[in-house]
Ligand binder design. Sequence first.
Ligand code: OXD
Ligand code: MN
Length: 605
Amino acid sequence: MTVNELKHTGLKKWIEEACTLMSPDTVEVCNGTQEEYDRMIQITVDTGLATPLNPWLLPGCVLFRSDPSDVARVEARTYIASQSQQDAGPTNNWVDPDTLKKTMSELYRGSMKGRTMYVIPFSMGPIGSNIAKIGVQITDSPYVVANMHIMARVGTKVLDVLGADGFYIPCFHSVGKPLGPGEQDNGKWPCAPIEKKYISHFPETREIWSYGSGYGGNALLGKKCLALRIATVLARDEGWLAEHMLILKITNPKGEVKYITGAFPSACGKTNLAMLVPTLSGWKVETVGDDIAWMKPGPDGRLYAINPEAGFFGVAPGTNMDSNRNAMETIRRNTIFTNVALTEEKTVWWEMIGYDAPGKLIDWTGKEWIQDKNNKEQKPAAHPNSRFTGPAKQCPAIAKEWEDPAGVPISAFLFGGRRPKTIPLVNQAKSWIHGVFMGSIVGSEVTAAALDVKAGTIRRDPFAMLPFCGYHMGDYFKHWLNIGKQNTEKLPKIFFVNWFRKNAAGKFIWPGYGDNSRVLAWIFDRCDGNGKFVDTPIGILPTPDAIERPAGVSETDMAEILSVDIEGWKAEIADVRKNHYPKFGDKLPQELDDELDAIEKRLNA
Ligand code: OXD
Ligand code: MN
């Protein structure tokens, strides 16, 4: 389809303006067909950016290696450009929107020279669902087009729903590397230097402008930019929730079903939990989503969730047949790998894939790599943030209702993080406000010393939304409290879980992975008012015999991870009071301050 054939006059005008600014050689409106996907992949193969993988072992799969400056989300270059700085809040970078647009317009000027501008109409959520939203991304990256084909619903069917005057979120994207006459990428991943990368959000006008990066969350604008940062603003204004949450379906041995969502900071095993294979006999877990949940009250007053995405953009290292069999099965075909290592057989390998490197590899930087297990300093063959982009429909554990436009009714919210001490295995909130308090203090131990934070310290990441909330986090807490004022008896129950407690020797006490089903079973029962419990100063905990112990966990271990560490909790409360809550200034809702006082009082009683 050509731009002239578009029915939506606003969209047509927006594309024409973008063309004038960015000067692409040609423009193509994406139709979302397999032919189009195959053509995008072929272009990247022809320009030396993609390596086709072994068609017998990994049919339909390709490997990309990005530029070393373009391997992850760039939080320091991510902006919430609201009219007033106060609205972006203390946890976001802010620039005045007019200033930012001026700066970025200069960068966009001529940025697509020598390239094709692709126009990708996409739906976040099943097409036509009343929870779904439409976006239109323009991009000069065929890699992005192919990834968007997997991660969202794209093409003509979206334009049909948009009609002549429907609402869409306009998303600009350019890798920021125009080509001279006759020039080609020639195997060099196109992007701009770090100081020219901008991932910008304009919450009032619902716009996204991204420049200079071709990677993941910076470039696949439906995901973090639209489905979280812009969607949080829409959700606040329209009375729903846009959250960094997995969605799972759990069935008990009697065949009864519940749906649970869970928010965990990055690198806490969210994808693994969404796809877990229970070790508890008779129980079943299926996947609805692994990263984002959009939830709206349904006609019966319950909250209904959809997964706005259509694929998984998962971290490869650490994914193996034990940690996540379902993910491994999902990515056996039609998958895009980025920055993993290549084997001589033209398959993929990464650290902790479950077996040693099979011979000589090409690492993510394109160099020869031979595994040397005696060399503790050896750099990894796959980048630690290397990824797979795989279609959700290929997941063996995908729930049959994962594309139900009405969504699935949620019974429980989980919050969690990596907490080696103090935080018990599972803790049910006593009330909605207590649950919001739990979400507001989510924290996770910093494991990689690469961050500007000392390894071993706790980085607070409220609701696992720190990099993803499009407005002031204090107002976001208030929004959560407001949601709790409606249909109170139908609201999901809230739980805090912690799979990462360590013993005195520094070893994990709880095995995690499939054994987390034991905790989910208790949560399931608590949603019906069942399950053995004790009421404690910090919340409702299981009795030590309420959760069936997995192999290797002794009675003493269980008592330890289900105990109330009074002194640890006093320190936790003191840390929240001194270092965390003051960040939100007078936007911190009084209810949360009161909750802090109430818990402290109970701990001192
Ligand atoms: C992600 C993240 O990539 O949370 O999903 O960082
Ligand atoms: Mn995420």
